[in-house]
Design a protein around this ligand. Sequence first.
Ligand SMILES: [Mg+2]
Length: 354
Amino acid sequence: MSDINRRYVLVVNGKSAGDPALRAAVAKKRRAGMALIVYATWEPGDAALFAEMSVDHGATHVIAGGGDGTVNEVVNGLMRLPLDKRPALGIVPLGSANDFARSLGLPLEPYAALQAICRRETQPVDVVRISATGRGKGVDEYYLNMATGGFGAEVTSTTPKFLKRLLGGAAYSLMAAFKTWRHRSYDGTLNWDTCEEKAAFLLLALGNARQSGGGQVLAPRAKINDGYLDMLLVKDFPSFRALPQLIRELREFPARGRFVRYLPVSRLAVSTDPSHPPWPLTLDGEAHRFDAFSAEVVPLALRLAMPADSSLLVHPQEPARHDDPEPETASGEDGDPHTQQHDDADRERPHQHP
Ligand SMILES: [Mg+2]
């Protein structure tokens, strides 16, 4: 689609509406002929509403101007529209972390970001639907980047320091993190594809893209157009003596570690014991609590202005990834963990599209 046929709606977080660089960028692009309407949000829910209303203005593209939370709201508004009427998504990053924009390699400066949206063709990408029940209310939500659940979600929604220690830490700093945040696990039953796992979990991450929490890569092998979620499970550990192995596994992301599991799934259901507290779940940075939820990929549901050569995309010319059968027994105290850490480094997903 040539730029002359495009109509853009920019949905900007009200907090950023007065940003001088953004105002200058919008003025400059309008002078150059960009058909651009701007809406600034007043209260939560506005960004989704404006995105949904954009079709009434004949919008071909809705641009989310804000952080990951604004992108999330805009995606939810766009997903209320039928696929054939759904405008494409562009992003002008104005948040503090901008995890999603950074993982896509988008320009972080407003004028460069608008310029890139105008010049780029869009790529079809997956969106993830979360269906959940909380205390007394059901929720259907979508996200584009990452969901994190369990103890990790509780602390990561407020402090990226925990994740830094979790993924980059030596044992002493990880121990300090667990003690500071009174480490606790969440009991749950996880079902995905034909598997079931019942355990006490510290952290669950479901990556459509790769990073959250201010630059922490929790789904390093995620592709945003392969029809799969990259699932990271971190199970509870019996004593602080187990921390060195936990840290090793957090560096390697094995398919079947003793504490860490990392694998692609197309659908996941999580349920908790009713006598236990509901799971904290953070969707693109927004905090929720649910007793049970399921996550499901909606394949290629949204067109996104992003670099066509991004490593987040499965490219048709990419060689098939080699699939080693998973060992049936978990790595653990009796085995040398070093021999069991590369089992899914290039794991083939069951099938890939487009
Ligand atoms: Mg994927």
